[in-house]
Design a protein around this ligand. Structure first.
Ligand SMILES: [Zn+2]
Length: 280
């Protein structure tokens, strides 16, 4: 199967940004992947280049703050005249352009864009994300688990494709150097553990209780990702992406995550708490 790219999320962030997240399909090559991001007002183009030569990234925030709010402000602006905005992401694998892949054009949901910025503001004013931020949420750093990139030189066996050391400090048991992508900071809520199934781990890292964590719907979270509570440095391993709700007023995701006891190798993963400003 050839390399492919799939856009997982295109989500507006208050007041005027858009969060893009993608995943790679069948990324078998070890090495550096390069990304180009395009935006257009229609599926047929013209496509504007937002980013070229982006290395080893899985998300992009399109900042539309400077875009005019009204189509009659004298500027010719594609976005203000369109009800939909489309994005397209192209990836070039380590072996080069011949093997590149481009995503299908992916649009913002139309109900957010009539006219799009005003609609966005109105909707997001009530968004749970803002409630979390201002009331009952705590800052969470999301460390997405690497699923492509440079293979670990310490513990990965290219012949058997096996990981030989789950406590490896080069890849943290993921098989890819650095193990996790740079954190994205968002807001969410961690609920006290339920005692129903404590025995979830097959690894011998010290993991204990399962917590339910509710957070913004970006970045999209999958099994194996890490969630770090910024204020306490408590770390959680996502075990189950339990629910994603995409309703008009409610946009959030819910995951079950196991609390990792202090002393586990996951606490050695360097996390720069200041490097990533919250996306909301
Ligand atoms: Zn390793």
């Amino acid at each position: 199967m050839a390399l492919g790219i799939h856009i997982e999320r295109i989500t507006p962030i208050y007041p005027a940004k858009v969060f893009l997240q993608w995943s790679l399909i069948d990324p078998t090559e070890s090495g550096s992947y390069t990304f180009t991001i395009h935006r257009s007002g229609s599926t047929g183009g013209e496509w504007e280049v937002l980013l070229a030569g982006g290395q080893n990234i899985y998300n992009y925030i399109d900042d539309l703050t400077e875009q005019p709010l009204h189509p009659d402000d004298g500027k010719v602006n594609l976005l203000s005249l369109q009800r939909q905005i489309y994005y397209r992401v192209t990836v070039v694998p380590p072996s080069g352009c011949v093997n590149q892949a481009t995503s299908e054009p992916h649009a913002l949901r139309p109900e957010l864009t009539q006219p799009w910025l005003q609609g966005l503001r109105r909707r997001l004013k009530y968004d749970e994300a803002i409630l979390w931020k201002t009331h009952n949420g705590v800052p969470l750093l999301i460390l997405k688990r690497r699923k492509w990139g440079n293979r670990c030189t310490t513990c990965y066996d290219p012949v058997t494709k096996a990981l030989l050391d789950e406590h490896c400090t080069e890849c943290w048991g993921t098989g890819f150097i650095h193990g996790y992508w740079d954190p994205v900071t968002t807001y969410g809520r961690i609920y006290p553990p339920n005692n129903i199934d404590v025995q979830v781990t097959q690894r011998d890292t010290k993991e204990s209780s399962n917590h339910l964590i509710t957070l913004t719907d970006v970045p999209y979270i999958e099994d194996g990702d890490l969630i770090v509570e910024r204020d306490t440095n408590k770390r959680f391993m996502v075990r189950k992406q339990t629910q994603t709700e995409l309703k008009r007023r409610t946009v959030h995701q819910q995951v079950t995550a196991s609390y990792i006891e202090h002393g586990a190798v996951e606490y050695e993963i360097p996390v720069d708490f200041r490097a990533s400003p919250p996306i909301i």
